[in-house]
Design a protein around this ligand. Structure first.
Ligand SMILES: Nc1ncnc2c1ncn2[C@@H]1O[C@H](COP(=O)(O)OP(=O)(O)OP(=O)(O)O)[C@@H](O)[C@H]1O
Ligand SMILES: [Mg+2]
Length: 387
């Protein structure tokens, strides 16, 4: 992380509208750029609001929930989130909404509109908004299952390479098709070979994007630091495909993995899944000063490392997008001591970015700047308040 530069432009939400989203019936909010504190008791709707904001980026938002589960209980099932977003080149109106469809029912995808134009997929949101978040669920990132870390990794990569998410879901779709062909005992060898060739192409592109992103994040993580209580760290990738891509020219890596799939057909058929590929990779985080893997740190140390990782991403995204991202921090100060908390608020303010932070009590925000806008959240309603 390098010293903050105040002059950088920022992505920022200026207006936000929620309709039948979780416990929000109808919310209209006009907000300034800068720090925003959401204060409210358990169950008030703080995380729901951050989740609604997270839906204006590609993917399933900060809880990873299905679109069909986001509609307000007691409502019709349909929901909508709309935001006016300040971007470096002007303003954009982003809308996303979901309702069950006649053909696809509850599994219908959400619709995305940018300046009134319906988009082919949510992937185009990354051209108009950059969002990062830190949630209590991530406290288990280092010690939890590799699948969660991979999801985190791929989101981190997507922030730097807008095509990454599409490649990952494309690979997963091809893999599901291959698994189905194998377990069905299909003899369509030409189709199987075509799927494997496409999987290999996707896998190499996925690995290359991960390698680039990890190296970019490491540059920020280990850069000369301003005095900061967030430890520096080092991120590394652990995966067969990433190792191939690092050691072979792209075409050779692709051919190698394609052959591996071909030769692994009977083992994969017996296992009912594809055993090698970018869907098995993991990433490791090393606590720099201590030289140990992150999972060995205390809860507070792990949180501080996650914040260090978030700040490194802010740095990398700012360089890639030419503007600072919006940051969503859910209960971020839990586990942080006073010095770290004050340092974090100071860094965020120094960056000049828009940060939405939640806490159950005003005291959680002790040490935050007086210019922070405070909202009291209560059963899906918001009122501007003061500390
Ligand atoms: N689809 C839904 N419709 C209506 N209410 C919902 C829906 N989904 C979740 N809720 C409710 O929304 C409430 C607020 O949840 P949220 O997670 O935002 O609370 P919070 O303010 O973050 O609380 P905490 O401080 O405990 O984290 C919960 O009581 C939850 O049951
Ligand atoms: Mg919450």
């Amino acid at each position: 992380m390098t010293a903050p530069q105040r002059a950088k432009p920022c992505f920022a939400i200026s207006r936000l509208t929620l309709t039948d989203f979780r416990n929000y019936d109808s919310l209209r909010l006009t907000v300034p750029a800068g720090l925003i504190a959401l204060v409210g008791e358990n169950g008030a709707g703080k995380t729901n609001l951050l989740e609604a904001i997270s839906m204006i980026s590609p993917g399933r938002g900060l809880r990873g929930a299905e679109a069909a589960s986001l509609g307000r209980h007691g409502g019709e099932g349909a929901w909508a989130v709309s935001a006016r977003v300040e971007i470096p080149s002007g303003e954009t109106q982003i809308g996303t909404a979901w309702s069950p469809s006649e053909t696809e029912g509850q599994s219908a995808p959400r619709a995305v509109l940018i300046d009134g134009h319906l988009q082919r997929s949510a992937a185009s949101l990354s051209d108009h908004m950059r969002l990062l978040w830190l949630t209590p669920a991530q406290d288990r990132l280092f010690a939890g299952p590799p699948s969660e870390r991979r999801r985190y990794l791929d989101r981190m990569v997507s922030l730097l390479d807008a095509e990454h998410g599409t490649r990952v879901s494309g690979f997963e779709k091809l893999m599901r098709e291959r698994n189905l062909l194998l377990t069905d005992g299909s003899s369509d060898m030409a189709w199987l070979a075509a799927l494997e060739a496409q999987m290999a192409e996707h896998a190499v592109a996925i690995a290359a994007a991960r390698i680039y992103a990890v190296s970019r994040i490491n540059t920020s993580l280990t850069a000369e630091r301003i005095p900061s209580p967030f430890p520096w760290g080092r991120v590394s990738l652990e995966g067969e495909i990433e190792a191939l891509v690092e050691n072979l020219p792209a075409l050779a890596a692709e051919e190698n993995y394609r052959r591996r799939l071909h030769e692994g057909r009977s083992a994969d058929r017996a296992a009912g899944r594809t055993m090698a590929g970018p869907h098995r990779s993991d990433f490791l985080v090393l606590h720099g000063p201590k030289g140990v893997v992150a999972s060995e740190g205390s809860t507070g140390e792990q949180k501080a490392l996650l914040i260090g990782l978030l700040l490194a991403q802010v740095d990398a995204v700012t360089e890639a997008a030419g503007a600072r991202p919006v940051v969503l921090l859910d209960e971020v100060s839990a586990h942080l001591d006073k010095a770290r908390k004050t340092a974090l608020f100071g860094l965020l303010e120094g960056f000049g970015l828009q940060a939405w932070m939640t806490g159950t009590e005003p005291q959680v925000f002790d040490g935050v700047s007086a210019s922070t806008v405070v909202y009291q959240v209560d059963s899906g309603t918001l009122h501007e308040s003061k500390f």
